[in-house]
Design a protein around this ligand. Sequence first.
Ligand SMILES: *[C@@H]1O[C@H](CO)[C@@H](O)[C@H](O)[C@H]1NC(C)=O
Ligand SMILES: *[C@@H]1O[C@H](CO)[C@@H](O)[C@H](O)[C@H]1NC(C)=O
Ligand SMILES: *[C@@H]1O[C@H](CO)[C@@H](O)[C@H](O)[C@H]1NC(C)=O
Ligand SMILES: *[C@@H]1O[C@H](CO)[C@@H](O)[C@H](O)[C@H]1NC(C)=O
Ligand SMILES: *[C@@H]1O[C@H](CO)[C@@H](O)[C@H](O)[C@H]1NC(C)=O
Ligand SMILES: *[C@@H]1O[C@H](CO)[C@@H](O)[C@H](O)[C@H]1NC(C)=O
Length: 591
Amino acid sequence: MIRHILIFSTFLVFSVFCQENPSAACTKALTDCENDLECQNRLAPLMAACSTGTCQPQCRSAVLNVYQNKLGRILLRSDASCIPGRDELRTCNFLPSESTVHCSLGKLACEADLQCNSKFGVFMSECESDAARGACSDKCRQLLKQTTETSVGNVFSNCTCTTRDDQLCLNLKDNLLGVCLKNTFSSSGSATLSPSDNSITDGPAFSDPSSSSTNTTYHFPPNCLIDGPDIYDPSQAAKVPWFDVNLDLPPRQRFQQMAKAYEKEIKDVFDILSYFLTIIPGVNAWEIIGNVTANALDKGMIMNPYKDEVLGIAEVIDVPIGNLVFLNIFYEMSRFCTSIVAQTEDNKDLYHARNLDFGQLFVWDIDAQSWALTDALKKLSVNINFYKNGKLLFKGSTLAGHVGVLTAMKPQKFSLSMNAKVQPDVFNVAKWYMGYYANTDLQFVMYFERWLFENCDTFECAREKIASVNILSGAYFILGGVNPGEGSVIVRNTTAIQFERKLFDGDNDWFLLQTNYDPDKDPLFIDNRRDPGNACMKKMTRKNISRKGIYTVLSSKPTLNKTTVHTVIMSVTKGYFETFIQNCPNPCWAF
Ligand SMILES: *[C@@H]1O[C@H](CO)[C@@H](O)[C@H](O)[C@H]1NC(C)=O
Ligand SMILES: *[C@@H]1O[C@H](CO)[C@@H](O)[C@H](O)[C@H]1NC(C)=O
Ligand SMILES: *[C@@H]1O[C@H](CO)[C@@H](O)[C@H](O)[C@H]1NC(C)=O
Ligand SMILES: *[C@@H]1O[C@H](CO)[C@@H](O)[C@H](O)[C@H]1NC(C)=O
Ligand SMILES: *[C@@H]1O[C@H](CO)[C@@H](O)[C@H](O)[C@H]1NC(C)=O
Ligand SMILES: *[C@@H]1O[C@H](CO)[C@@H](O)[C@H](O)[C@H]1NC(C)=O
C-alpha cells in the first residue's frame, strides 16, 4: 500500500509544486505514455523513485523498465522537461540522449538498434568468457570497436554506473567493456556475478509480471504446511473484535463508536505514513495531501453516504479530515493479495478465503518500517455486522477508519473479496483529484463492494453489477455463491470485464486462486500452476477442503509473508466468517 501512496503522493506533490515550462515534445510523449496502460504502469514507479537526488537503485530499475516500453523510450529520449524527476535523471545519467549514459541503459539502447545489436551480439558471444577472465584478444578489441563505431554503440565508449548497488552495470562496464577498451586487466572486483548474467534489471521490484513466474524472486523455498502439524486454532479468531454498524442510523453516527474505540491505532497509522512521506525536506507532504484531499471532499467528489460517514468519524477522533479521506481512498489502490474460492467434493459447500497484504515498500529501503505499518494495520483489523431494518444484512471485515469493506459475506447468498491490481490506475486517481470525474457515476471499489451487499441478494445479481459498474481503478473481484459452481474471478479494468474465470472452467478446477497479476496476462497467470499457493491447494486435495485446510494454505510461505495483515475464512453455505491476525515467523519473505 505504501508503495502506491508514495507513488501517488510524490506525483501529487510534484504536480502541485513543480510546474515549469515543459517542451511540447515531452508533453506529447508523456500524454501518449499515460494513455497506454503498460507505459503508465512503468512510469508511475519512476515518478516516485526518482525524486531523492541520490541515484538510488529503485530509480534505476524504474528507468530501465520505462525504457523497455516503446512509448516510454520516446519519452525518455525527449528533453524530459515534463518529467518531475528530470534533474535526478540527468544527474544519474539516465537520459539516453545526453553525452554520458548509464551503461545498462546504453545496453538496452544498443539492443533496440539493429546495427548496434548485431555488432554487440558478435562481441558478446565471442569475447564474453575471455573478458570475464580479464583477457581481451585483438579480435575482440576490434569487435568492440565496431560496436562503438555505430551511432548508438558510441555510448559504450564512455558510459557510467551509479554508486549504489549497481553490480550488473559495473560488471558490464569494468569486466566486459573495460577489459577490451583499455587493454588493461581489471581486478576481479565484482566476482559475485557471473559474466553471463546479462540481465539489467535487478530484483523483482518492477520487472514484468511475466518474469515473476521464473523463480529468481524467491529467497527461500516455498513451504506448504498441509502435511505438517495442525496450526488452525479457531480461538485465535476471537482476537479480532466484532462491531455492529446500523445502517438505519444517520450516516454520521454509523461508524462513530468503532472509530472512537480505535482512535489511538488510527493515529499511529497516520504517524507512520506522515513519517514515510517526508520525502522532500521542508515539505510536509502528509499535510499537503490532507489539504488537497479535503479540497476534493469539499467539491463533492466523494458521494454520500460515505462522505458523511467519514465526516462522522473525523468528528469523534481528532484527525485532519483530508488525511482520513486520503486513507479511505488509498486502501483502494493497495495490494490486497491472494483470494481463494473452493468448492467441496459433494458440490454442497463453498469456501472463500483471503489474505490481506499491504505491499512492500519499494521506494525507500526501509523494510523494517514497512513492517511497522503492517503491524499498525493489524491492530486496525475489525469485523463488522451490518444491520438494516433491525436485521443482520451482511458481515464484513475492514480496517477501522475505513467505511468500505474489503471482504464480506451475506450468509446463504454470496461472498466477495477484492484484490487490487499490481499497478493501480494511479493516473486515473490523479485525474479524479483534479476534478475530471465530478458528477459522474464513477465508484470507489471498496465503497462499491459495500453497496453490492446492501443491494444484491444473489451471486448473479452481484456478478451483473460487477460487470457494469464504472470504477476508478481496475481490480479483481473474487465472488462466491451458494449454488454448485458459483465461484468466479472477475478481472475488471475501469470500464469493462477483461476476463472471467469460473470454477470448473476448462480444466475442471475445483478452486480458483487469485493474487495480483497483470490484466493482459490473466488467462495465463490465473492458470499458473507453478504458483506456490496453487500447489499447496492441490496438496490439500479437494476431499480435505475445510476451514483448517484453507487456513493452512494461506498460512504457508510465501503466500504468508511479512506484509500479510490478516486472513479471513468464509463459507457462505456454512455461515463461517473468521478473521485471523497473521504473523510470519522468520525466515520469512519480506513481501
Ligand atoms: C565522457 O564522460 C565525461 C563525464 O563522465 C564527459 O564530460 C565527456 O564529455 C564524455 N565524453 C564523450 C566523448 O562523450
Ligand atoms: C526454479 O527452482 C527450482 C527449484 O529450486 C529449480 O529446480 C528450477 O530449475 C528453477 N527454474 C528456473 C527457471 O530457474
Ligand atoms: C493546510 O491547510 C491549513 C488550513 O487551511 C493551513 O494552515 C496549512 O498551512 C496548509 N498546509 C500546507 C502544507 O499547505
Ligand atoms: C505475500 O503474501 C501475499 C498475500 O498472501 C501474496 O499475494 C503474495 O504473493 C506473497 N508474496 C510472495 C513473494 O509470494
Ligand atoms: C477494458 O477492457 C475492455 C475489454 O478488454 C476494453 O475493450 C476496454 O478498452 C478497456 N478499457 C480501458 C479503459 O482500458
Ligand atoms: C485428508 O484428511 C484426512 C483426515 O483428516 C487425513 O488423514 C489425510 O491425510 C488428509 N489428506 C491429505 C492429502 O492431507
